[in-house]
Design a protein. Structure first.
Lengths: 291, 368
């Protein structure tokens, strides 16, 4: 039973990693840029929802606050691209990497100034409740995370493979110039993708903060999500999720059964190993440039 | 307006473009050599210590500049190489190796180890390399704890004093000597760096940065050249790390953390990617910001009775400056200076887009 509970909490953590990774992958798939501030987006989303919900701030109804904060983060993502990243259009990937890292610092600072640096947790109506099924006790918050993640993944899969906008996003990522020629408004598509990934980040943040406390430096969790995205190959939505689950499961299992200290190292070691032995990830999509 | 007439092929790769330039650099050398005199006269060496810190940062920055600015490989893990250099230096000194041997040796070993770590990830490019080095940087602190017999782990390790032929040099006991040691290393590295850039190796670095495909078509061995760049870069970072250890006096597992790696990267971008000057300008900015914030804080407190004490203000301000630079002056401080200088040199013929870079449209290398 102990083992099963470990697995469930690992899965729940893994889903959060997977959702952050989903945010990376969305942006990477459409704009070929990696958002190193995605973890901070997640943190900001959580704090926005805390600001709406918790009684010491606005004290709104939880079910009203959730769509509201998702919307706020979507607008934030859109404006982030419109105001800052659009001006980087056509510049090297390295400068985008550095820019998003810097923006992460700034977001962390503002979140800390507005909502304090103390760990805060989100007040949810289902906090502390659990489901008992055949001797296994599952927290509603953890089940919620798994269900929401599964639904979101399905939605995104359909969005990218079926909808017009989703296809346009794929086209814009494959070849910007050709996409322009086909009449795709590449710049607006980019902003939309950033908005979308802001929304995913908000969902991840809300789920994370409903399970445990969050503070501004939680944004560094994004680095573990990189491991998740890299395992999945950076271009694959289900891959990102699977990577998240692997990382999420490895952590509690390693700390339970492995030598001390290994659980901290494990996610990064996995990231390095994947990059060394299978640079394209499990769902490899890259091919080497050859002359 | 100055016209430089090139009368030989060597004129293209001379260290100084014309005599006036050589004179200016000679004056700069005199200035940095004479700086301690001023502090000696006023009898307060505190600021000199800060300047020494800036020089050490600049050495590490030069290492990263070679990799990121000249070879085009972003690294978020240079603090790892600094840690390698620092701990190697401590252990070699502890084993009784004289400083004059231990110091360069620790840099070289850090370079070799760095290359060994980096070789598998060299096949990666752009974002993936940044990720791999990021993971490396996150692991550094844990490995320092694991390797406790050599590093002192969480408790930390004291760094022995520099000893050159019996002359004990300690940052606090004799800051002037320490300044000259650091300055000597910095000048030596600049000289080496400047010369490297005009050799075939140095030029192949730049070729790789500008286009891997065309560099390959020109017959450059990508893996070997990248590994070479990594080696030199990690060596410089290792030397900087060793000096940093001497300057800090005491290092723990949290000294060389991710923030330091990121600071180095941000530093060279602010200074100007692809210019040796950039490493120094960036280091000066990084050195000035904390002092400026502290001064601004006390100014506000004394004049307006406003107390600002926000945690994280320093890094946020730094990040803000960086964002402004990337958006409005991607060539950094040195690029700005180049533009101003060109404006006056060509007056009134300077045009707005003289330094404009060609935009490239992204094409994915994923198979769809």
């Amino acid at each position: 039973m102990d083992f099963l509970q470990l697995i469930v909490s690992g899965l729940a953590n893994g889903c959060v990693y997977g959702l952050i990774a989903l945010g990376f992958v969305l942006i990477y798939k459409a704009t070929e840029a990696v958002n190193f501030a995605q973890g901070d987006f997640m943190m900001l989303g959580a704090f926005v929802c805390i600001g709406f919900t918790n009684h010491e701030y606005l004290g709104l109804n939880f079910w009203l606050a959730v769509p509201l904060s998702i919307l706020v983060m979507g607008v934030f993502g859109y404006l982030f691209n419109w105001g800052i990243l659009r001006h980087m259009f056509g510049q090297s990937q390295t400068s985008i990497v550095i820019l998003t890292i810097a923006m992460g610092f700034i977001i962390r600072f503002f979140a800390g100034s507005i909502w304090s640096h103390e760990p805060t947790s989100l007040e949810t109506p289902y906090a502390g409740q659990d489901i008992r099924a055949g001797g296994v006790v599952l927290g509603v918050d953890e089940v919620m995370i798994v269900v929401v993640t599964a639904v979101l993944t399905l939605l995104f899969y359909l969005f990218f493979s079926r909808s017009r906008t989703g296809l346009a996003m794929q086209a814009a990522s494959q070849n910007q110039l050709a996409a322009y020629y086909m009449g795709i408004p590449v710049k607006r598509i980019h902003s939309l993708v950033w908005g979308l990934s802001g929304m995913v980040a908000a969902v991840a943040g809300i789920l994370f903060a409903s399970k445990g406390a969050i503070d501004p430096s939680t944004g560094l969790l994004g680095i573990k999500a990189f491991a998740a995205a890299a395992i999945g190959g950076f271009g694959s939505l289900p891959g990102a999720l699977l990577g998240g689950l692997i990382i999420g499961l490895v952590e509690p299992l390693a700390s339970r059964y492995g030598p001390p200290g290994i659980s901290q190292i494990a996610p990064y070691a996995i990231l390095l190993l994947v990059l060394i032995f299978r640079p394209g990830g499990i769902f490899s999509q890259t091919q080497r440039k050859k002359v | 307006m100055r016209f430089v007439f090139k009368t030989s092929y060597d004129a293209d790769i001379q260290l100084f473009k014309h005599r006036a330039q050589a004179v200016w650099y000679a004056l700069l050398l005199l200035l940095v050599l004479a700086t301690p005199l001023y502090f000696f006269v006023i009898g307060d060496a505190y600021l000199l210590g800060e300047i020494t810190g800036v020089l050490i940062l600049a050495i590490a920055g030069m290492g990263l500049m070679l990799l990121t600015g000249h070879t085009g490989l972003p690294s978020l893990g240079h603090a790892t190489f600094m840690a390698l250099g620092c701990y190697l230096n401590i252990n070699l000194l502890g084993a009784g190796v004289p400083w004059l041997i231990a110091f360069p040796l620790s840099g070289l070993i850090a370079g070799v180890l760095g290359t060994m770590i980096a070789l598998p990830v060299l096949r990666l490019h752009g974002v993936y390399l940044a990720l791999a080095t990021l993971a490396m940087s996150m692991l550094t602190s844990d490995f320092v704890v694991i390797a406790e017999p050599w590093t002192g782990g969480i408790a930390g390790a004291a760094v022995p004093d520099i000893n050159i032929f019996g002359a004990e040099i300690n940052r606090y006991a004799n800051p002037y000597k320490f300044y000259y040691v650091v300055l000597f290393v910095a000048i030596l590295l600049v000289w080496f760096y400047r010369n490297l850039l005009r050799t075939p190796t140095g030029r192949s670095f730049t070729a790789i940065r500008d286009s891997e495909i065309s560099a390959r078509a020109m017959g450059i061995n990508l893996t070997r050249t990248k590994a070479m760049s990594f080696f030199l870069s990690a060596t410089a970072a290792g030397l900087a790390g060793a000096l940093f250890g001497h300057s800090a006096g005491y290092v723990t597992n949290e000294t060389f953390d991710l923030v330091m790696s990121i600071t180095l990267l941000l530093m060279i971008v602010i200074g100007g990617l692809g210019f040796i000057h950039g490493a120094f300008f960036g280091a000066i900015v990084v050195g000035i910001i904390p002092v400026a914030i502290a001064n601004g804080r006390s100014f506000l407190a004394t004049t307006f009775d406003v107390n600002i004490n926000v945690p994280g203000l320093e890094s946020a301000l730094f990040a803000f400056i960086l964002v402004c630079f990337i958006l409005f002056e991607p060539m950094g401080l040195y690029g700005r200076w180049l533009k101003i200088r060109t404006y006056f040199e060509l007056f009134p013929f300077y045009r707005k887009d003289m330094f404009k870079r060609q935009k490239s449209y992204l094409k994915t290398d994923r198979v769809q």
